[in-house]
Design a protein. Structure first.
Length: 365
């Protein structure tokens, strides 16, 4: 096993575990009940996945799916749910969105004076860490929750970048996937922060749960790599029906369209439409992002129509010419074998001229 592959696999999963533990700590501090530390046991699943990946895959990833990212979602999403439901009981004395951590010199001097005993430098470090943690605890709850949302989405992108890739995905495909994830993460963060910050939404417990459910549903696209990978066609794909050939040829494009319509922009548009239509909640940003969702959904449907018409025209053109309809994502050898098999079948119907030389006796006999 390569050293860099092992290092990347372990460091990335360690970051996932640390961030998840920070979320559990915040839930325990907000709820003031130690029983919420049991959420930390979910990280055992990530530890188990790490051991299995190192043993069977030598630290590298799987095709089309990332178990580490999926288990990271399982470990972190429950903490964010609890923080959002508990939201806003602590008063924020600072300016909106400002995070100020002031550790006074007096606190450090006190911890330094107390460290001149037998413990020495280790005790001084522990005291300094306690002072810093106490200062972090004074930050208001809403700022903590927003910071956890932001770091959660950033770690999803950075973690997917650092995780070792499998043999099925190339560096070029990974770069495309990461660029898509950056835009996706920005849209998801905007959806959660913009809708949950509305005062009328905070008064409706069922509406909060519905928004968090849609937010959780949109996060499920991060463990999947289908957006940049073709499914691949077997040599027998030319005998399949039209929908199978369409999926074979445009698998990545169709997956992108499906994600936008059913996982991200479509559900976001439905939630925002309900907020404006049923609950009569209007503000400038809500109207703008609703219009943006409508535009994206319309463009995705237009893209689907263009792909379907182009594929239909290709099929009709090949059928008129009598060519074999092979999937362009097949390997070259598979397409060559299919075309050669088709040519052999056509030769059976061609009349060959009689071989007169075979009737004449040889001069040597």
């Amino acid at each position: 096993m390569e050293l860099m592959v092992l290092l990347n696999a372990l460091v990335t999963r360690l970051l996932f575990v640390l961030h998840s533990l920070i979320g559990v700590w915040r839930v325990t501090a907000v709820k003031k009940e130690p029983k919420y530390w049991l959420l930390a046991l979910l990280n055992l699943l990530l530890c188990l996945e790490t051991g299995l990946t190192l043993k069977f895959k030598q630290g590298r990833g799987y095709k089309w799916f990332s178990p580490a990212i999926f288990l990271y979602l399982i470990c972190t999403v429950p903490s964010l749910w609890l923080l959002e439901i508990h939201h806003g009981t602590q008063y924020c004395g600072n300016e909106p969105g400002a995070v100020q951590v002031n550790v006074s010199n007096q606190d450090f001097n006190q911890s330094r004076d107390s460290s001149h005993g037998s413990e020495g430098m280790d005790h001084h470090i522990i005291q300094t860490a306690k002072v810093f943690v106490n200062q972090l605890s004074t930050i208001c709850e809403t700022v903590w929750t927003l910071a956890l949302h932001q770091t959660f989405l950033l770690l999803l992108v950075v973690g997917r970048w650092l995780l070792p890739i499998g043999v099925e995905i190339t560096r070029d495909q990974l770069s495309q996937l990461l660029l898509m994830f950056v835009g996706t993460a920005a849209d998801i963060l905007e959806f959660a922060s913009e809708t949950l910050d509305i005062e009328d939404v905070r008064k409706n417990y069922a509406l909060i749960n519905a928004i968090l459910a849609v937010w959780t549903w949109s996060m499920l696209q991060f463990p999947l790599d289908l957006a940049v990978q073709h499914i691949g066609c077997k040599p027998s794909a030319s005998g399949k029906r039209i929908p199978s050939l369409l999926l074979c040829r445009y698998s990545a494009e169709l997956w992108n369209i499906g994600v936008s319509l059913f996982i991200q922009d479509g559900p976001f548009f439905i939630v925002r439409s309900i907020l404006m239509g049923h609950f009569r909640i209007f503000n400038q940003m809500l109207v703008f992002f609703t219009a943006k969702n409508i535009l994206v959904v319309t463009l995705q449907l237009y893209r689907l129509a263009v792909i379907t018409l182009d594929f239909r025209a290709t099929i009709l053109q090949k059928s008129r010419k009598g060519e074999v309809c092979c999937c362009p994502c097949e390997p070259y050898e598979a397409r060559t074998h299919a075309i050669a098999h088709h040519d052999n079948e056509m030769k059976e119907f061609v009349a060959f001229p009689p071989k007169e030389e075979s009737q004449a006796p040889s001069e040597n006999h």
